[in-house]
Design a binder for this molecule. Sequence first.
Ligand code: ISL
Length: 569
Amino acid sequence: MSSEEQWWRQAVVYQIYPRSFADANGDGVGDLRGIIGHLDYLEALGVDVVWLSPIYRSPMDDNGYDIADYDDVDPLFGTLADLDELIAGLHARGMKLIMDLVVNHTSDEHPWFVEARQLGSAKRDWYVWRPAREGAIAGQPGAEPTNWGSFFGGPAWSYDEASGEYYLHLFSRKQPDLNWENPQVREAVYAMMRRWVERGVDGFRMDVINLISKQYPLSDGPTGPGEQLSWSQTLWADGPRVQEWLTEMNQAVGLSAEQLFTVGETPGVTIANAREYTRPDAQRLNMVFQFEHMAFDQDGPDKFHLKPVPWPALKQNLAQWDAGLAGQGWNSLYWCNHDQPRVVSRFGDDSPEHRVASAKTLATVLHLHRGTPFIYQGEELGMPNATFIDVSDFRDLESINYFHTRVAAGDDPAQILVGLRGKSRDNARTPMPWSDAPMAGFTTGTPWLPVIGEFKTINAAAQEGDPESVLAHYRRLIELRHREEIVREGDLELLLPDDERLWVFTRTLGAQQWLVLANMTSHAVGVPLSALPSLEDAELVLGSHPGPPTDVQTLRPWESRVYRLAHRA
Ligand code: ISL
């Protein structure tokens, strides 16, 4: 495949969470017209692709990841005509649009599921139905067909009294899993994707696409009832037919043939499986999102139990993913999305003193890796986590369910809130701060989730003309990737892999070599220059701090530098 056909290897993607991006009609919820009003901002940032989180008709149990009509826009966000205008506006500026494709499950209010609830209906088999466990009384606790827990708490099965059977839902009870074994389901999904392509969309981000193939016959796993699922389970993740179906999807929709953009969300994926998903000759997906680097600040199996990030483990992990896919598949690169806390609060230092430098340095190390970078709205401003005080401040069903489940189990509510403040998905979902106007210029009404307390200083307008802003730094990183082949395609070698404070690596392409040096702490750190390639006659391509370094041998708190080396090591 030529490099032109693999255009996505050169692209930078920007994720929009429509509910929180910009509200044009004053109802407190972001909408499509709000996005249309900010296309110049996206163009100035320099991104190539915009990924829209779901805007389809939905009861909004999971903010639109529970879809009741795949072919229409929810009135909360606007109309199909607004979407057409958005696509045209992006295309006119040389950008592309990819849609979120949520097809592991539908909403329980989708007409397919409403019909499937009827015993004996033609669509009964479009979902996963099972009788109660043998010998158990249907509807009683413990009678679920298997012991799987849902990702959002409680069992992964709900009892449907009318038909006397249980349906499977790996997420909320309002998100029943589709039965992909049924060819009619697959054909319906591919036909729907085709309709979006014909409407002008340029590709798809595929929600939990590695969960569509389950291991049959369904059986108990080592996870107990109501406990969090473990992604390492082949019972429901990366199942036996997923690769076959993605090949089938690719052909049916024309994904590779029409050079559409595809990224699969694949929690728990291993490097070996990622190769299968992304190797170009197999024509499945361009890239997948891996999750290993999102787990290093997690203490044990509970995602809300936090510990400080061990830098050696995290940086070695990204280097392993790079090596594991080099020449065989392709990586995605991300710190943030709508499910993850803000990176500057999570791995950086969001104090007034270090927020800007740590946001820039986290961006630098990620964007200097090989792969397609994804930027989540507000990340480019160095947005911090929200300030949540009480459980009533949260809107996300995962956070709310978790709080009540843990309280019922006897945990200390104050401790549970510590975990939620650090990890809740709502941290990513606060409104985009556009200016220092009331409600950060996001809405003229009352925002569905409060704007961050710091919006007077942290906002897009304030950073717009400031060359030392986080926003300016992201623009430079995107421009660097577009301009320099070594950033896109150079081989990566991690140096000082066990250093707990410095993140150092080289990128090499032919005779060229670059060196990236980053201090991942809030203290000055000496650089062991003798252990690194020579900096003699090296050119400083990019730095986190203004001007030349004060001292080549010392990195200031959260300082990073990117050098073009004169001599290849
Ligand atoms: O945040 C998580 C739960 O702890 C993740 O495990 C997340 O649920 C997982 O990455 C799948 O996410 C995707 O599918 C979910 C949806 O809620 C997320 O917003 C979406 O990104 C179900 O559709």
